[in-house]
Design a protein around this ligand. Structure first.
Ligand SMILES: [Zn+2]
Length: 173
């Protein structure tokens, strides 16, 4: 049976029982919490997830979510291109207590019952993969955006202060 490319909501318990798949592209603009972090919201996240039941009886959703995003570098405020390539390994749990018993190779996905939004699930995974402070890995990329390293700025300041002091003292004589 062919699963439609993307249902917006799923019952993850049922999906695991059926061994279903979630494959398709999701517009970044449709992920509001992620979009606020982005410099540009064009583009899509490529989702390739499978659900199932492992030999230990754990119901899981596994796979990858990949996307190319554009963030604002917190050092130079220039554009920073980044590829997020996240490995998803979620174990379904009904409660916090069940989450504590989950094998360590899974992150708990707490779903007491009912349906969840696929977009929110994907968005959560991408938010976790975002760097806490986005920065160009190479400072030279920041310099290309007109950034000056702070240590040089600090070095300049004592001389600037001294120069103005000298000007002031010469004026008072
Ligand atoms: Zn930068």
């Amino acid at each position: 049976m062919q699963t439609p490319s993307f249902p917006s909501r799923i019952d993850p318990w049922q999906l695991a029982t059926e061994g279903g798949r979630l494959e398709g592209a999701l517009a970044l603009a449709a992920l509001p919490r992620l979009a606020t972090e982005l410099h540009r919201t064009e583009g899509v996240a490529d989702v390739a997830l499978v659900a199932g039941i492992d030999p230990r009886g754990v119901r899981f959703i596994k796979g990858t979510v990949r996307t190319g995003i554009e963030l604002v570098c917190q050092r130079c405020l220039g554009s920073l291109q980044l590829v997020l390539d996240t490995t998803v390994s979620l174990g379904l749990v009904h409660s916090e207590a069940e989450a504590d018993r989950l094998p360590e190779d899974y992150e708990p996905l707490l779903v007491p019952e009912g349906v969840i939004s696929v977009a929110e699930l994907v968005e959560d995974e991408l938010l976790l993969a975002l760097p806490p402070i986005p920065r160009h890995a190479d400072e030279r990329d920041c310099e290309a955006n007109g950034y000056r390293a702070p240590d040089r700025v600090e070095q300049d300041q004592p001389f600037a202060a001294l120069a103005s002091l000298l000007r002031d003292s010469s004026r008072s004589h």
